[in-house]
Design a protein around this ligand. Structure first.
Ligand code: SF4
Length: 350
């Protein structure tokens, strides 16, 4: 006899932990978009070391995704999460700037301090316009995202596929954990499908498994499911790096992980780690080197079994000796700056 199916099961009172998780997963309202006037030029030096010809531009003052590990969001000058400040006329101002430049950049990075594809149509429309302008000057655009790229923006990327590189960042396939770590970013399965879609459109896609967070996203279980999903889409290379910590990042993470009872477990792992500065990144606390080495070695071994090569980010491991990546490594033009790392400021924020 077939079991009777009911749509209501009395499981008794919800445990406190589950209640905390449900509360934390209550859908967040999207930020309001406010137009602001940019002061100064659109293009500025890239925060990435070793990329002199690359310039960058920010479309917004803040980001729409609210990741607690984000160092940009932890800066004292960060304007908050409720309103996204979108710069007015970026595409038009950029066209005027490029027309006047004697030496055009080799590539433009969008946007080092925010995500170009938040769940906000106006921001994505401006991103698409900017990509159009950059491509019309024969210049490459590099974009890094945790977002869902809307069809209209995707069409623009496809039109300029030979001039566009997109780095898709992922932390986990676990939807509950992902909603705590990247609250307004695209669901991870959607990002995986978008990687496949971008590849099918001829866009150069890179993948960042970033940031790794100790005992949370660097576990065997978490990484193996991510790697299997990526291998299934034909991904052969990933970049990775552990999160670094500052006081405010620790506070944001503590709040986000409280429902899991992990509010201090993650930050405790950094207690004996070194304090390091790296390129354009202000000093921060890193995990002990041995922990990172062990984590990367485990990830590399797992990935190798699926035919995926792992590159460790030099930017978030300034105490590692690295060699420059070349075309032979299979990834054209490295993006060394993970999207959770802020650009520029070397002020101590610890
Ligand atoms: S990590 Fe990236 S996507 Fe997340 S809030 Fe920061 S800039 Fe936005």
């Amino acid at each position: 006899m077939r079991p009777k199916i009911t749509n209501y099961i009395d499981v008794g009172p919800e445990p406190e932990r589950d209640r905390g998780i449900s509360r934390a997963l209550t859908p967040l309202s999207l930020p309001r978009v406010e137009m602001v006037q940019r002061r100064g030029p659109v293009l500025h030096p890239s925060p990435m070391p070793d990329h002199e010809g690359v310039l960058s531009l920010n479309l917004t003052r803040n980001c729409g995704h609210r990741c607690p590990f984000c160092s940009v969001r932890a800066q004292p000058s960060y304007p908050g999460d409720e309103v996204i400040s979108l710069y007015r006329n970026t595409a038009a101002d950029l066209a005027a700037e490029l027309a006047q430049r004697r030496h055009p950049p080799t590539a433009v990075l969008i946007s080092p301090s925010s995500d170009p594809f938040p769940p906000l149509a106006r921001v994505q429309a401006e991103t698409a316009k900017v990509v159009d302008v950059i491509a019309s000057h024969g210049i490459d655009t590099w974009l890094m995202t945790r977002g869902f790229i809307r069809p209209s923006a995707l069409r623009v990327l496809a039109r300029h596929a030979n001039r566009v590189r997109v780095t898709v960042e992922l932390t986990t396939l676990d939807r509950t954990l992902q909603r705590l770590l990247e609250p307004l970013a695209a669901p991870p399965q959607l990002r995986i499908r978008q990687i496949a879609q971008l590849r099918s459109l001829g866009v150069n896609v890179q993948v960042g498994l970033e940031p790794l967070i100790p005992d949370l996203t660097d576990t065997r279980q978490n990484l193996s499911s991510l790697l299997e999903a990526l291998a299934a889409t034909g991904v052969k290379h990933v970049t990775t790096g552990y999160m670094f910590l500052r006081k405010t990042i620790g506070e944001h993470l503590g709040e986000a992980l409280e429902p899991l009872g992990l509010e201090s477990a993650v930050t405790d792992a950094y207690a004996d780690g070194p304090l390091l500065a790296s390129g354009g990144i202000a000093p921060a606390r890193y995990l002990p080197k041995k922990y990172r080495q062990r984590g990367y070695a485990g990830l590399m071994a797992m990935a190798a079994g699926l035919g995926i090569a792992v590159r460790v980010s030099a930017t978030t491991n300034p105490d590692f000796i690295t060699t420059r990546r070349t075309e032979k490594d299979g990834c054209r033009g490295p993006l060394q700056l993970p999207l959770f790392a802020e650009a520029g400021s070397r002020t101590s924020l610890i």
